[in-house]
Design a protein around this ligand. Structure first.
Ligand code: 13P
Length: 258
């Protein structure tokens, strides 16, 4: 039995319509209800946060609501951005910070990600800090170095108390949306190293409690093997989170681990 509560995130990315998102939320609520010991969170696009939250509430679901991004200021002249308090106001309790698509498609850097993460934590949100290496970085042996750097810079000036609401997602870029998954052993090696970095910053107790999710082509078939690894505490799921049966099977795999 693992001490850490497994956490499964469904990152819908820029997918669904309002109606499809509501239907998906209802289906996820039904799947998740069978596994109360797994924490499940969905991350719909911004415009659908409110209707998805309403659908989850109407189903009396424990499934959490999260946003895919946030800005670091409270309010003001930041056209197109969304403040942490606005997310809370829309029913969110979680937000992603530093997803690789934001790092590499949108061009966010570690300093920016740290600002977002801290302002979201200050506002009372839970934050999933995403880290992970590119294929080139893996091939030249920089995997642990990259994950360490992104973890240290992402967590700069975070307080020990705030670490209760902080989850790390290890998402190797080469595994995202490619159908290529890290082997369970590769995932375990990366997770063990990330946990050691957290230990170095915050000490043994916080390191033993922090949950580290794996993300990158997680599906119904590979979830169980990944989550059987001692330092893999759940999954952050993209494509398969849009398919209720597949996502339900991933939640069930996490429950088997719990
Ligand atoms: P896929 O599961 O589609 O590879 O996406 C992973 C991911 O980026 C989750 O945040």
């Amino acid at each position: 039995m693992h001490a850490r509560t497994p956490i499964i995130g469904g990152n819908w990315k820029m997918n669904t319509t309002r109606a499809a998102g509501v239907e998906l939320a209802k289906a996820v609520a039904a799947k998740a209800a069978a596994h109360p010991r797994v924490q499940t969170v969905v991350f719909p696009p911004f415009p659908y946060l409110i209707p998805v939250g309403e659908a989850l509430r109407a189903a009396s679901s424990a499934v959490g609501l999260g946003a895919q991004d946030v800005y670091h200021a409270d309010k003001g002249a930041f056209t197109g951005e969304v403040a942490p308090a606005m997310l809370s106001d829309c029913g969110c309790t979680w937000v992603l910070a530093g997803h690789s698509e934001r790092r590499h498609v949108i061009g966010e850097g570690d300093d920016n990600i740290n600002l977002k993460l801290r302002s979201a934590l200050h506002a009372g949100l839970g934050v999933v800090l995403c880290v992970g290496e590119s294929l080139h970085q893996r091939e030249v042996g920089e995997t642990n170095h990259v994950n360490e750097k992104q973890t240290r810079l992402g967590l700069r000036e975070v307080t020990p108390a705030e670490m209760d609401r902080l989850v790390i997602a290890y998402e190797p870029i080469w595994a995202i949306g490619t159908g290529k998954t890290a082997t369970p052993d590769d995932a375990q090696d990366a997770h063990r190293h990330i946990r050691a970095v957290v230990k170095d910053i915050f000490g043994t107790e916080i390191a033993s409690k922090v949950r580290i999710q794996y993300g990158g082509s997680v599906n119904a078939a590979n979830a169980q093997a990944l989550m059987s690894m001692p330092d893999v505490d759940g999954a952050l799921v993209g494509g398969a989170s849009l398919k209720p049966d597949d996502f339900g099977a991933i939640i069930a795999a996490a429950a088997a681990r719990a």
